[in-house]
Design a protein around this ligand. Structure first.
Ligand SMILES: NC(=O)c1ccc[n+]([C@@H]2O[C@H](COP(=O)([O-])OP(=O)(O)OC[C@H]3O[C@@H](n4cnc5c(N)ncnc54)[C@H](O)[C@@H]3O)[C@@H](O)[C@H]2O)c1
Length: 284
């Protein structure tokens, strides 16, 4: 076990899914306490069992939390603070993909008429509003202690812009832009906000077999662990407003070198440089 995150407490949303599970494992391995939240109670129970077998003295709590429910998010944050004394890290990883509309969405893209308004609202409520709900619930505590790490899991720009991937792509584009905005808002406060994405289709249940390539060719969810654990450490205090493609994080380098090689700005700030703004563009 490394001690990189010893004494820190993290909430991971969507913790019982393919990426969430490896993140919980990686954070525990790095010495953090973890509050693992999800709506899939069976998978959450299985995660709890496996994690306590692997890390018998783990500071781990598994909670049913629907991130689309703001009150539940507030209770989750309060529960983490009551159990472990403080909260330091928030990983907004919960997500719903186009697979909940139709399994064969890679070979036959989804059209607007197939998307029921309730499904549109649910996906946006989880992928975009859910991350805001958790951030809003946690931010007062993080700002007060002048230390916090928020990691938002979005997706590749290709998917954000791809027709036929609605509302998944646009919901993640919203989260991407919110990430940059929050990094600016919290700058200098001790609370950082960064985006980490796998880099492409990743081998979890999120990606149906319809993708049409052997699952062994998909990205391993474990690529997410090294960048996220390091970005959550004290060493990353000055690192905010960035985006990392985890599959390109080179674990043969030191974490500092890997971070520099992998770093890009979150969202698309270069497109915001020349608004037509009376009196000149605001500095922030
Ligand atoms: N798998 C990929 O190819 C891929 C690629 C890029 C980004 N991502 C993103 O990575 C994140 C994790 O995806 P994954 O591949 O592990 O998928 P997954 O489906 O295995 O896991 C997602 C988890 O989120 C949970 N969840 C759904 N609705 C929720 C809600 N309302 N509240 C709390 N939890 C909820 C699900 O129960 C599930 O356990 C998602 O945000 C996804 O958009 C995945």
């Amino acid at each position: 076990m490394s001690a990189l995150l010893k004494g820190k407490t993290a909430i991971v949303t969507g913790a019982a899914g393919g990426i969430g599970r490896v993140l919980v494992d990686g954070l525990l391995e790095a010495g953090a306490n973890v509050v693992a939240t999800d709506v899939n109670d069976a998978a959450l129970g299985e995660l709890e069992k496996v994690m306590f077998e692997k890390h018998p003295s783990a500071g781990l709590v598994c909670q049913h939390v629907d991130v689309a429910d703001y009150t539940a998010c507030v209770q989750s944050v309060q529960g983490a603070i009551e159990r472990f004394g403080r909260l330091h890290i928030l990983i907004n990883n919960a997500g719903l993909g186009p697979g909940i509309i139709r399994e064969d969405h890679f070979s036959r893209l989804i059209g607007i008429q197939e998307i029921e308004p309730e499904i549109w609202q649910r996906i946006v409520a989880v992928n975009f509003t859910g991350a805001w709900n958790m951030t809003r619930a946690a931010i007062g505590h993080l700002l007060d202690q002048q230390w916090g790490r928020i990691i938002n899991v979005t997706t590749s720009f290709f998917t954000m812009l791809r027709g036929g991937f609605h509302p998944y792509g646009p919901s993640k584009a919203g989260l991407e832009s919110m990430s940059l905005g929050h990094s600016q808002e919290f700058e200098g406060s001790g609370v950082t906000v960064n985006v980490v994405v796998p880099g492409g289709p990743t081998d979890t249940l999120f990606v149906p077999d319809d993708i049409g390539v052997p699952r062994s060719e998909l990205i391993a969810p474990s690529v997410m662990v090294a960048p996220i654990v390091w970005l959550c450490s004290d060493a990353a205090q000055e690192i905010t407003g960035n985006r990392y493609v985890a599959a390109q994080w080179d674990t043969s380098l030191s974490a500092e070198e890997a971070e520099k090689a992998c770093r890009a700005p979150a969202a698309w700030p270069q497109l915001g440089q020349s608004p037509v703004w009376p009196g000149g563009k605001p500095s922030r």
